[in-house]
Ligand binder design. Structure first.
Ligand code: SF4
Length: 206
């Protein structure tokens, strides 16, 4: 199950979408679905589309700083082969999605929006029968994932670089979001991203 085009479950986000269709008529301005095969063992979960990133291009983690940085690391660790704006990603060996599929004001979805969109995240996770590693980027993505997995938030708390054992099959890794702000403020260091992707490669044996 995935959200239909022009999904109208979240009125605040629908209002913002309508405004952006006027302000930015050349942008995609709609819900953004995940990308990558459901058969993969790795799932990367971000927060929500960025105004000038996925909300503009229509492709998850595409067209802005966060997307460029994420794909730089996916390429570096041979999880994808190429990436450029508006072009198809080749040989993507993971699935990438967002906890919330529509652009929220100030990049902050509210709890109701997170809850409403969680049904789609949960469905996406459940389709991944070979799933072994989930990398969540930021606390909202982490909390949404824990809810989608029907786990307890008090038992699984977000902590940067923490590894959570969800069950015998799935390990969840936490990182701060690879946003420009987090990189510029050094909250997230490039060496942290190397640590995470090396760990993923080791855990997945590829
Ligand atoms: S955030 Fe999710 S549930 Fe809300 S309108 Fe967008 S697609 Fe629908």
């Amino acid at each position: 199950m995935e959200p239909k085009k022009n999904c109208n479950l979240c009125s605040r986000l629908v209002d913002l979408r309508k405004k952006n269709k006027i302000l930015f008529p050349n942008f995609y301005n709609n819900r953004v679905l995940g990308t990558g095969p459901f058969s993969c063992e790795l799932l990367i979960i971000g927060l929500a589309p960025g105004l000038r990133g996925a909300n503009r291009t229509g492709e998850v983690f595409n067209g802005d700083f966060s997307g460029n940085l994420l794909f730089k690391y996916l390429n570096k660790y041979n999880i994808s082969e190429s990436y450029s704006e508006f072009e198809e990603i080749s040989n993507l060996n993971c699935r990438i999605t967002n906890a919330v599929k529509c652009l929220p004001p100030n990049n902050r979805p509210n709890s109701l929006e997170i809850k409403k969109c969680n049904v789609f995240l949960s469905s996406e996770i459940n389709k991944m029968k070979n799933l072994k590693i989930i990398l969540t980027l930021g606390e909202i993505a982490h909390n949404s994932t824990i809810i989608a997995l029907n786990k307890n938030l008090t038992e699984f708390k977000f902590k940067h670089l923490k590894k959570h054992k969800i069950n015998d099959q799935i390990i969840l890794l936490n990182s701060y979001h690879c946003s420009k702000y987090n990189i510029n403020t050094k909250r997230l260091k490039l060496t942290d991203l190397d640590y995470i992707f090396k760990l993923i490669k080791t855990l997945l044996n590829f």
